[in-house]
Design a protein around this ligand. Structure first.
Ligand SMILES: Cc1ncc(COP(=O)(O)O)c(C=O)c1O
Length: 364
């Protein structure tokens, strides 16, 4: 059994993916070619943003968004320590300081009520992550941002395809970023990412910054990066995208099925009111997590822990001066969560086997 079944997905979409890739191979334009622009249009429409800008990864999408807002040393960006490292790594790369706020233990997203107390006169923005695949409380977060004059980046690396009160992840005001890492809900066959915004100024800055600070060829108005999405990756995504809405539905159904059958033995994901969930990870919670993981491994069920060490306890962030106990909800989640196999192509039989083995561990 695969944790994420990319081979079955390829087998199902092979003609479309090959056709799109063949166009690129025949056309000979591999960087900043027509497939990238077509994908940007399609995805901007899908999320409901005016602009989409393809990037080399979800990490670079975050870095570029921060650069577009002119974030620099001395600035502070509020985010959570319970996320993939890239969220806070991007902040550190700009020279700014991530200021952590603990998570809401129910959704694992930033605890909105605690954002305000983390804001100082150096705060420039908030990065709110849609962890595991559901949007953070964007309306309330945007209203705090309005009050203090901050920008908001929704790190939608895991939540592309999710909705909140009828609005799609990455389509909120200010900026949304996502990742096309192969195992993400919409994944390419290498690294890729995207910045979404309806702000013309931010979009223009990201476009130049991702291409070495060039808005005109060989005129470098700013220090940028090589942060472009290549056309072969865009082609893979164009081959997959027409079925993405069906995959989102399939993932939601699969997530509900897991929750119905496991809710009496482990903590199952709570979908917040107004939200849909894409289950980029289907993540359960139990105090005996490590023993459960060992039992599943013995029975050939792959699992993954997203994430075993919160960022404030990682060596790379030691300079921030945090220690054990600073963010208790994040630390408890890191001890107790485990993600189960999930993809639109997980068969019912395999899902039943995962469910059977989890229940068996609890003697049910
Ligand atoms: C929440 C989050 N942010 C950022 C990233 C970075 O994306 P990438 O791996 O494409 O750089 C990821 C995924 O890997 C992620 O899960």
């Amino acid at each position: 059994m695969k944790f994420v079944d990319l081979q079955s997905q390829f087998a199902a979409y092979e003609p479309e993916i090959r056709r799109e890739m063949e166009d690129v191979l025949q056309g000979g334009l591999f960087i900043m070619g027509p497939k990238g622009s077509e994908l940007e249009k399609r995805l901007a429409d899908y999320v409901g943003a005016k602009h989409a800008i393809g990037c080399s990864s979800g990490t670079d999408a975050l870095v570029l968004a921060l650069m577009a807002y002119g974030v620099k040393a001395g600035d502070e960006i509020v985010t959570t320590p319970f996320t993939f490292v890239a969220t806070a790594e991007a902040v550190m790369l700009t020279g700014a300081k991530p200021v952590f706020v603990d998570i809401d233990p129910v959704t694992y997203n930033i605890c909105t009520d605690r954002i305000e107390e983390a804001v100082t006169r150096n705060t420039r923005g908030i990065i709110a992550v849609g962890l595991y695949g559901q949007c953070p409380e964007m309306e309330a977060i945007l209203s705090i941002a309005r009050e203090f004059g901050l920008f908001v980046i929704e790190d939608g690396a895991q939540s592309l395809g999710a909705e909140r009160n009828g609005r799609r992840s990455c389509g909120w005001p200010h900026v949304g970023t996502t990742s096309f890492f192969p195992s993400k809900p919409l994944g390419c066959y290498g690294d890729g990412g995207m910045v979404f915004t309806s702000d013309d100024g931010v979009a223009d800055r990201v476009r130049g910054l991702r291409n070495h600070g060039q808005w005109e060829r060989y005129r470098h108005r700013a220090i940028g990066i090589n942060g472009r999405l290549d056309d072969l990756q865009a082609a893979v995504l164009l081959g997959k995208f027409p079925r993405f809405p069906d995959e989102v539905t399939a993932r939601a159904t699969m997530g509900e099925r897991y929750s119905d059958r496991l809710g009496d033995v482990v903590g199952v994901p709570a979908v917040a009111p107004g939200n849909t969930h894409v289950f980029a990870q289907y993540t359960i919670r139990t105090p005996g997590r490590d023993d459960l993981v060992a039992h599943l491994r013995e029975n050939e069920i792959p699992t993954a822990v997203h994430y075993p060490i919160p960022l404030h306890q990682q060596e790379a962030f030691r300079g921030l001066g945090h220690g054990k106990g600073d963010f208790p909800e994040s630390e408890a989640a890191a001890r107790e969560v485990v993600s189960l196999p999930m993809s639109a192509f997980l068969s019912k039989a395999d899902q039943d086997e995962v469910i059977r083995q989890v229940r068996r561990f609890f003697g049910k």
